[in-house]
Ligand binder design. Structure first.
Ligand SMILES: [Zn+2]
Length: 355
């Protein structure tokens, strides 16, 4: 009984405390100001959601257009004395006159808006169709005086659903990895001159896998998608040298992208590549019958060593995908390698097994 009474008293204290610090905003006497052009999308999102919650559409004004005494939602402006934002950080704070949304650049300010809408106004973005749940209130009663959000990763996202992704605060912060199939143009550019770059396929040629009736030695026969799915010779030091040279010549990024092309056929059968494999047979339960992770991660390490020798902060981006999806059995990855994991079975348990 005493414990129950204690809980009741505590609950009473908790419910009365925030109310004493609450700030009440009359939407009809409020305006939204964007600090820069880059802050306008976030300001518009704030206006849209505040209209849902309050039924009142607040104007987007320049700072000198705001009437005396109006409450200002300032997007992209930090309060005086605020500490510089960390990478991926977002913050907001509310005073009786002004609300500030700021952080790591315009993206930080935008994420601060979403953090405020979600945590303070109970807005929820339900799905990619754009359905929004919210709690109606007018006037606005703000209980917390500030909030803070930190991106957990430098780069994260889910394919499609652009607006939903933005509202979930996905995206990239400073120097995201360069990735995506790296060799889709390699055959068109070097097929005639550098066969050693390309996989020696099960058909015994260094060329894209031919369709029935196609001559595998006829370079001109392979165009478009057929050539984009060609595999590389993972042990080709000539290819390593080429990749590093191209990176030095054409890229300002510290990332060297060596993500293999798409496709489940045409992997290299040359002695150099097969020597890098560790028991390439997969358990019968696996979706893919071959295990090529060690050869691809060996290449990633070799490229990383060469790149770091040129530029100490260099990194290599590669995929863990299909036949090279499950972890390597012998190779230990160097710290300079970033792996983009592409799960085939997309549930939490299966994905955790890939780490
Ligand atoms: Zn090979």
């Amino acid at each position: 009984m005493i414990r129950r009474l204690g809980a009741a008293v505590l609950a009473a204290v908790l419910t009365t405390l925030p109310a004493s610090a609450a700030i009440t905003i009359i939407p009809e006497k409020a305006a939204v100001v964007a600090a820069t052009k880059a802050d306008i999308p976030a300001a518009e999102e704030l206006i849209l959601h505040l209209e849902l919650v309050t039924g009142c559409k607040m104007p987007l004004l320049a700072a000198d257009q705001v009437a005396d005494g109006a409450f200002v939602f300032a997007v992209g402006t930090a309060p005086a004395g605020a500490a510089p934002a960390a990478i991926g950080e977002a913050a907001w704070s509310v005073t009786p006159q002004k609300a500030y949304f700021y952080g790591d650049g315009a993206k930080g300010a935008r994420n601060a808006v979403y953090d405020f809408l979600e945590d303070e106004l109970d807005v929820r973005w339900l799905n990619r169709d754009g359905d929004i749940a919210y709690r109606s209130q007018n006037p606005l009663v703000i209980n917390a005086s500030s909030g803070r959000w930190q991106a957990a990763f430098r780069h994260f996202g889910i394919r499609s659903g652009k607006t939903w992704n933005v509202r979930q605060r996905m995206g990239a912060y400073h120097d995201p990895p360069k990735y995506g199939h790296a060799f889709t143009k390699l055959w068109q550019q070097y097929g005639a001159t550098n066969p050693e770059f390309f996989a020696l396929t099960r058909l015994g040629v260094r060329a894209p896998v031919a369709k029935p009736g196609q001559d595998p030695n006829d370079i001109a026969a392979f165009t478009g998608k057929a050539a984009e799915a060609i595999k590389i010779c993972v042990s080709s030091t000539a290819l390593y040298d080429h990749i590093i040279a191209q990176w030095q010549k054409t890229s300002k990024s510290r990332y060297v992208n060596i993500c293999e092309n798409d496709g489940n056929d045409g992997f290299c059968t040359c002695p150099g590549c097969t020597a890098l494999d560790v028991n390439s047979e997969q358990p019968a339960s696996n979706v893919f019958t071959r295990h090529y992770t060690d050869r691809y991660m060996h290449m990633a390490n070799e490229i990383a060593k060469a790149a770091v020798a040129i530029r100490p902060d260099a990194r290599v981006a590669t995929y863990a995908y299909n036949e090279y999806e499950t972890p390597p059995r012998r190779v230990k990855l160097l710290p300079a390698v970033t792996v983009g994991i592409v799960p085939t079975v997309f549930d939490v348990e299966s994905s955790l097994q890939l780490l």
